[in-house]
Ligand binder design. Sequence first.
Ligand code: GRF
Length: 207
Amino acid sequence: MGSDKSLLRLAVLASGRGSNLQAIIDSIKNSTLAAKVVVVISDNPEALALERARQEGIPAVSLPPAEYRTKDEYEQRLVEVCEDSQADLVVLAGYMRMLGRTFLKRFPNRVVNIHPSLLPSFPGLHAQRQAIEYGVRFSGCTVHFVDEGMDTGPIILQAVVPVHSNDTEETLAERILVQEHQLYPQALNLIARGQIQIEGRRVRLKE
Ligand code: GRF
């Protein structure tokens, strides 16, 4: 791995258990991802993700939206925390809120998300349940850039998993999660290595 300066600086936003955050941290530790998590931020003070960050000696910041008068003020604070930590890229890892213009205009093409379906199918909440109810034979996960829509930004990478006839929301989520933990660090590493170029809606992967 290069010197600290060459590492992509990640601000990770998470609302819950933080298993994707952990996969990112683990990939950094085993040198398959040339990045550094500079801050973990949660809208939920109880999020396990914050505890995982503390365990790793990463600054953990709890920002409950209820403490702000408006979404705008809340997002301004989010921007401040990300900028103070000199983040290059904002990584949504189970962050359960939509980011608005106030935040996104400060990080143009510098916010990514992972979603547990093959977008553009099944955006929004309960993607795994949506897939089962629709009756698809395959689902998976998608890493994409974040725009103002709901899971609509340019797609970086996807991974496919089968959907079995006896799957429940939980068993499918588990199968997808295994792929998420590989796909997210892989996508971040492509960004870290400058191998990604956005052309309109399409993301070109450079050799
Ligand atoms: C993942 O399934 C992710 O795709 C979705 O939220 C879940 C977060 O899980 N956006 P975790 O908090 O990373 O364990």
